[in-house]
Design a binder for this molecule. Sequence first.
Ligand SMILES: Cc1ncc(C[n+]2csc(CCOP(=O)(O)OP(=O)(O)O)c2C)c(N)n1
Ligand SMILES: [Mg+2]
Length: 298
Amino acid sequence: MRTPNFGVIPNLSKSFSREFSLEMFRRGSFTRQFEYQVKHAFDQKIFQIPIYLCIGQEFNPAAYSMVLKDFQIFAQHRAHGIYLSFGAPPEKLRDELMGLPSGCSGGMSGSNAIQGPEINMFGHSGLMGEQVPISVGAAMASNRPTLTVCGDASVEEDYIYPSLGYAITKKLPVLFICEDNGLSILTKVEVRRNWSAVDMARSLGMPAIEITDDPWLIAHHIKEKKKDLPGFINIQTVRNLWHSGTGTDGPPEWDRYQLVKNEMTHLGLQAEVEQIETETTLQAEQIWEKQLQKLSAK
Ligand SMILES: Cc1ncc(C[n+]2csc(CCOP(=O)(O)OP(=O)(O)O)c2C)c(N)n1
Ligand SMILES: [Mg+2]
């Protein structure tokens, strides 16, 4: 069952330092504001490529980035938040979306195949789930800790099962995360399958858990899992906008952004949250304004 409380541990946020919560909030908030700028530019027809926004899911990568250091990263098409949270240059993502040679993939990939060498983030080809076997191969070749993120639909691809099986057989240092927004474009997960990704991973002997997208909960479980990899986490999360583009089909199942703000208030950090929101909004606006002004001056 999908719920914003799946697996929640009461008062967990209190076990993290104030600095941790503030920095995690800053990362999620900046991603959200950056994505709003992308939406704005797209709606103004500044560029007309397919875009895959992560609004609603922005605290997942914020949480990963707080607890994973020096991991190589393999993600799929909805990866702006991973790129930004781990600290790759936002200007290069902006330029990528605008098709400029200064973009993170030389302006050739657009939104769905971004890479960030600065954070060891590898690009994606657009073939759903291909990052999973590739990441397993990369982990085997390098023995480097590896973060592999896929969606609830890409986890259904037939190359995922043997990849997870190989990773557990060879004890490869891979953390697999399935960002389960319950949707493959528009098709709901319950229409597509009657099995769970966690059961699939467990059937191979892979330690696996299912949780909601509370960022403290994610950080807590990643901290545990990374001590003994490989491991698998299925995160129930909510995509607020369309699969591709900026539209919406109505209110989201739950509003994680607001729930996180409520939790920050419980932690006594309301004033800091307001300040961070002001700062990240301004930061994202300035990043986009600069390039848009340059373009209009041409
Ligand atoms: C092998 C393959 N089949 C189909 C597609 C078309 N396609 C692109 S994204 C997508 C849905 C992806 O869903 P999910 O993995 O859950 O990620 P989400 O978009 O929900 O974040 C589909 C069907 C594709 N890119 N590759
Ligand atoms: Mg999905």
